[in-house]
Design a protein around this ligand. Structure first.
Ligand code: SF4
Length: 233
């Protein structure tokens, strides 16, 4: 885990009063109290207590110009309550060229996975995909309440499928993840704003993919770092 990770307050308990003056804060409170995957699951219920993990601002609309759209928490993130408090996070912060305080400043970078809670693991110990209940319940409301962002960095197939559709880039949905990555510049240039940049997951499981595609480091990462720096300014 990276040094200097900020502490995160525990998620609130179930009963949450709504604040009509701050609809985003009220929505975030409802998300943090969510038990849909336990009480109304579409398939086997979540095998543990929900712990939604997302980082978006509230009150003034957040202020973040960058959205990091990811997949779902893993075991370490489920325990920490902070996104990317693992080796994937270290690699992701290196890709972005940001330190941990900047990464976890929700007024500068919003982080919203497709499944807010850790979905559990399969029989081989691999993380399950994001719970489909989450996007069906929350994501349209959340992104309607958040600002448009300048830069939408989208990690993994599930998040890409959602945000390509949300941003009117359906023509790229038929491509698989590697095909999308190979056409990253075309996808990035397809909109003036918010601009979408697809990314592979920074997990160690993708180290082989990264080695087979050296252009990711030599061509995409310099653009990514420059765009992140510009959005943070
Ligand atoms: S994954 Fe999403 S829908 Fe399921 S319990 Fe967590 S917040 Fe609710």
């Amino acid at each position: 885990m990276s040094a200097s990770l900020p502490a995160m307050a525990a998620a609130p308990a179930v009963s949450v009063p709504e604040d009509p003056a701050d609809p985003l804060a009220a929505l975030l409170a409802r998300i943090r109290a969510c038990r849909v995957c336990v009480e109304q699951p579409r398939r086997a219920p979540l095998p543990h207590e929900p712990r939604p993990v997302l980082r978006v601002g509230s009150g003034t609309g957040g202020g973040a110009r960058i959205l990091l759209a990811s997949q779902a928490p893993g075991t370490k993130v489920h325990l920490s309550g902070l996104p990317f408090t693992d080796a994937s996070g270290d690699r992701l912060r290196a890709w972005l060229g940001v330190d941990a305080p900047t990464f976890y400043d929700a007024t500068r970078i919003a982080i919203a996975p497709m499944g807010f809670c850790f979905p559990g693991q399969d029989a081989k110990g691999g993380d399950l995909p994001p719970r489909p209940e989450c996007a069906a319940t929350w994501h349209d409301q959340l992104f309607a309440a958040l600002p448009a962002f300048d830069l939408v960095l989208v990690i993994g197939a599930a998040a890409q499928n959602y945000h390509l559709r949300r941003l009117g880039l359906e023509r790229f949905l038929r491509l698989n993840l590697t095909e999308r990555m190979l056409r990253w510049r075309e996808i990035f240039d397809a909109r003036q704003g918010p601009r979408l940049l697809p990314l592979p997951h920074p997990s160690w499981r993708n180290t082989g993919w990264l080695k087979r595609h050296p252009w990711f480091e030599s061509e995409l990462l310099p653009v990514l770092r420059a765009e992140v720096a510009a959005a943070l300014r």
